[in-house]
Design a protein around this ligand. Structure first.
Ligand code: NAD
Ligand code: TYD
Length: 353
């Protein structure tokens, strides 16, 4: 079949990437979607079992930092567009091992940019390099204010510093080489297939197993939560209609203090597991704070709404309830990802508490 476009999605076996691959494969049968993923601890092909046999989908195992391999992949497929999600994505791991984040997030992004430029440079028409980034590049907010697309970068963790650096390289390729790029910076995502090292799935898993729920510091840090499928919809809209060289902030208009979110989750879990009200909340355990812990993130996503018509579709309490139901119904998935290396990570991360 002659496809209208061939799209490379990097990191498609991860949490957000798998939702993006699923959306693109199902919505655009005339596009060929190639999912490139190294399958690190965070990548899991079971996240895509419902689309793995689709005619317009193919998986390639590989590393974005391997320049020779990436060059031949671009030569073979001559991608029209790249949706770049592959990254090391967990702040706590970046504190333990910053260099890995520099290699994957900074070097990996540059390798992809370079390969795209080499293939596209004589004719950029119809081409697009879409870089998926985070609101954490903007640093931290006080009690008021929101991050906009013009908020100066001020990253504090090795993770956010590596993402900020990769964003700068993407803009540099636009400004220096005229590469057609677009960037989006999104707030915290939640939903199905999220690896249980991040707050919400970790808390669900621990509550289910009657294990302590580790809350960093006083639990007063604020995050702006977005349903992962709403992020995938935003990515689709920006991929097709975003303006070259532009940045779009994506957020849920949905700020929660960690401790309030955990209490809500405990109430939902008590209800779903038919436990006595208050049972799960007894598991809340305050632990040593994360070093350099950003106090508050909150996104102003009005540009995306105004210019491209996107807005979140799912109310947070409903989304959280659906997420809990998914984790409870997908016990096998959870067991599979929390076996082996996860146990070692967990013991190291929460050892001192
Ligand atoms: P994730 O950790 O669940 O998935 C990352 C994927 O990248 C995995 O499948 C992994 O195997 C793959 N990968 C890692 N290193 C690779 C390499 N060298 N080569 C090829 N593949 C590699 O991450 P996620 O939460 O789905 O985040 C995806 C992207 O979205 C990241 O760029 C992240 O910075 C960004 N983001 C995440 C959030 C969030 O709340 N999770 C919010 C905003 C932005
Ligand atoms: P996380 O899910 O790691 O996302 P990010 O650091 O990218 O925002 O953490 C979300 C918030 O929850 C953050 O303020 C740190 C906090 N947190 C805990 O209190 N306990 C935990 O065990 C984890 C993983 C996170």
């Amino acid at each position: 079949m002659n496809y209208q476009k061939t799209i490379l999605v990097t990191g498609g076996a991860g949490f957000i990437g798998s939702h993006v691959v699923r959306l693109l494969v199902n919505k655009y049968p005339a596009y060929r979607i190639i999912n490139l993923d190294k399958l690190t601890y965070a990548g899991n092909l079971n996240n895509l079992s419902d689309v793995e046999h689709a005619d317009n989908y193919a998986f390639v195992k590989g590393d974005i930092t391997d320049a020779g391999f990436i060059t031949s992949l671009f030569e073979e497929h001559r991608f029209d567009m790249v949706v770049h999600l592959a990254a090391e994505s967990h702040v706590d791991r970046s504190i333990a091992n910053p260099i890995e984040f520099v290699i994957t997030n900074v070097v990996g992004t540059c390798v992809l940019l370079n390969a795209a430029r080499n293939i596209w440079k004589d004719d950029y028409s119809g081409k697009r390099f879409y870089h998926i980034s985070t609101d954490e590049v903007y640093g931290t907010l006080g009690e008021s204010g929101l991050f906009t697309e013009t908020t100066p970068y001020d990253p504090h963790s090795p993770y956010s510093a590596s993402k900020a650096s990769s964003d700068h390289f993407v803009r540099a390729y636009h400004d220096t080489y005229g590469m057609p790029v677009v960037i989006s910076n999104c707030s915290n995502n939640y939903g199905s297939f999220q690896f249980p090292e991040k707050l919400i799935p970790l808390a669900i898993n621990n509550i289910k197993n009657m294990k302590p729920i580790p809350v960093y510091g006083k639990g007063e840090n604020v995050r702006d939560w977005l349903w992962v499928e709403d992020h995938a919809r935003a990515i689709d809209v920006i991929l097709h209609n975003g303006k070259n060289g532009d940045t779009y902030n994506i957020g849920g208009f949905n700020e929660w203090k960690n401790i309030d979110l955990i209490h809500l989750l405990c109430r939902i879990m008590d209800n779903k597991l038919q436990r006595e009200p208050g049972t799960s909340a007894k598991l809340i355990t305050y632990v040593t704070d994360r070093p350099g812990h950003d106090m508050r993130y909150a996104i102003d996503a009005q540009k995306l709404n105004r210019e491209l018509g996107w807005k979140p579709s799912v109310d947070f309490e409903q989304g959280l309830e659906k997420t809990v139901e998914w984790y409870l119904a997908n016990q096998h998935w959870l067991e599979q990802v929390t076996s082996g290396a996860y146990k070692q990570y967990y013991e190291q991360q929460y050892a001192t508490n």
